[in-house]
Every structure is written in structure tokens, then in C-alpha cells.
Design a protein around this ligand. Structure first.
Ligand code: IPE
Ligand code: IPE
Ligand code: MG
Length: 239
């Protein structure tokens, strides 16, 4: 009997393709974003059932601020709506909700709703659902460098002792392990400034499937592909 391989502990998602999903149906882009929120909800449940401990989704990048104001506004409102709607369910399912990114740039209502969700679910012990909002990988690294420099200046940190682990403790979610698997929907072969530090040795899976169509079956395909990879970490593996 073959044993079931252990699932990745942490899966990160670049949820791309909402706009194209809508365009295919001759609908405004926001219909795609709305359909995308259903896929996100289903993905939290699917990952939980699979035994994944952390999932991190890219909901809005630092570059997405350059989109038309109407789309940005609508996305900010959608985030409020989704958090409000899903938080009771997250409590029932013991989901711990976390937000990462430059939250100070968010409209007050969006920031408050996200922070309330984080606060309400902070003692939950089940799967951790991280949402990256107004998030940029380079910005996260610069923020960490700034915090470290300030500590050094104040005499609270000796630059000589700084190593990778000490640096990583200054990132937005220092207690979350690096993802083993990164899934990008929508087919583009790029990282788009997501989790630059954390994905140093992450397995990458790209599917043409658009985010609103990405379901549990698609997740299983990605996880199967992950299990078929040989993770060498630079070493030579003996037969
Ligand atoms: C991803 O979908 C969601 C966000 C970036 C907010 P897009 O809006 O980028 O969809 P496409 O790539 O235009 O299809
Ligand atoms: C990446 O998608 C960001 C999110 C999914 C939130 P984009 O659609 O913004 O990325 P690019 O423009 O294809 O790089
Ligand atoms: Mg896109």
C-alpha cells in the first residue's frame, strides 16, 4: 500500500486572471473579482481539508494602486464586504486570519475591517489564512532593513550578528514558514513582486486556469505536481 505524501505546510497563491474571466463573459472586470472571492473562500476550505497549515493569497499588490481609481475603489470595498461576510465562518472553522502589506495606505474602512478580522480570529488554532494587501515583496524587505537599521542605530542590535534568520524575524509575518509551493493562475510566468524573500526555494506551479475557475480539483493537480518534483536544495541526491 502506498502512503499518502504529506501535503505542503504552506501554499502561496498569485490569484490572477479575474479580469480575463469577466472579459470572456463580456462582463465588467469587477464581476471577475467578485467570482474570485468565491474561489478564495473555497480554496481556504480545500487547503484545510488537505491538511495545509498556512495559505497566503495575493489580493492586491503595491503596483495595483496604479489601476484606474474606479477599480481600486471597488476592490477596496469588495475586501470590506468579503471580510465582513466570511469572518463568522472563519470563527466556526477555527481559521486564523492575517493581513500583510502596507496597510497604512488602505482606506480607513478597509484597514479597520481587516484589522477587526485579524483581532477576532487571533486565538484560532486551525489553518492560517494570510491575505496580502497593498503588498510588495521589495517593500517588505526594505521595511525589514529599515527596522534593523533603526535597532542598530539605537544600539539594540549588533550588525555583526545579523544573519538570515535574524533578518527574517523582521518580515511582516515572522512566524509563518516559507511556502513549499507557489501557485500562479492566469498563465503568466512571473512573480509580480510577491514574497520575494520567502520563495527563495519554493516550487512554482503555473496554470492557465483563471482564478475564479481554480477549484479543489485544480489544487490537487498542483499538489500532485509538487509531489513529483525532486527538491534538491542544491545538493546531489543519491539514488
Ligand atoms: C487578479 O486579477 C486580481 C488582482 C490583481 C486584484 P486581475 O485583475 O489581474 O485579472 P487579469 O490579469 O486582468 O485577468
Ligand atoms: C499580481 O497580478 C497581483 C495580484 C494577483 C494581486 P497582476 O495582474 O497585478 O500582475 P501582473 O500585472 O500580471 O504582473
Ligand atoms: Mg492580472
Amino acid at each position: 500500500m502506498s502512503s499518502v505524501p504529506t501535503p505542503p505546510r504552506h501554499i502561496a497563491f498569485i490569484m490572477d486572471g479575474n479580469g480575463r474571466w469577466a472579459r470572456k463573459r463580456l462582463l465588467p472586470r469587477m464581476f471577475g473579482h467578485r467570482a474570485g472571492t468565491s474561489a478564495t473562500k473555497a480554496m481556504v476550505e480545500a487547503c484545510d481539508q488537505l491538511g495545509v497549515k498556512y495559505l497566503t493569497v495575493y489580493a492586491f499588490s503595491s503596483e495595483n494602486w496604479a489601476r484606474p481609481l474606479t477599480e481600486v475603489d471597488a476592490l477596496m470595498k469588495l475586501m470590506v464586504e468579503m471580510t465582513r461576510r466570511e469572518i463568522d465562518g472563519m470563527m466556526q472553522n477555527n481559521v486564523r486570519f492575517c493581513a500583510l502589506g502596507n496597510l497604512s495606505k488602505l482606506p480607513e474602512a478597509t484597514r479597520r475591517e481587516l484589522e477587526m478580522g485579524v483581532e477576532r480570529t487571533k486565538n484560532n488554532t486551525g489553518i492560517q489564512f494570510n491575505i496580502a494587501v497593498s503588498y510588495g515583496g521589495r517593500e517588505e524587505i526594505v521595511d525589514a532593513a529599515r527596522a534593523i537599521a533603526a535597532k542598530a542605530k539605537a544600539g539594540a542590535l549588533d550588525p555583526e550578528t545579523l544573519d538570515e534568520a535574524a533578518f527574517a524575524r523582521h518580515l511582516y509575518l515572522p512566524d509563518v514558514p516559507d511556502p513549499e509551493l507557489l501557485i500562479r493562475t492566469g498563465g503568466d510566468l512571473r512573480i509580480s513582486n510577491f514574497l520575494l524573500w520567502q520563495i527563495a526555494y519554493t516550487e512554482i506551479y503555473v496554470t492557465p486556469t483563471l482564478w475564479p475557475d481554480f477549484d479543489k480539483q485544480e489544487l490537487m493537480k498542483a499538489v500532485d505536481a509538487y509531489h513529483s518534483r525532486q527538491r534538491r536544495f542544491g545538493k546531489v541526491l543519491e539514488d
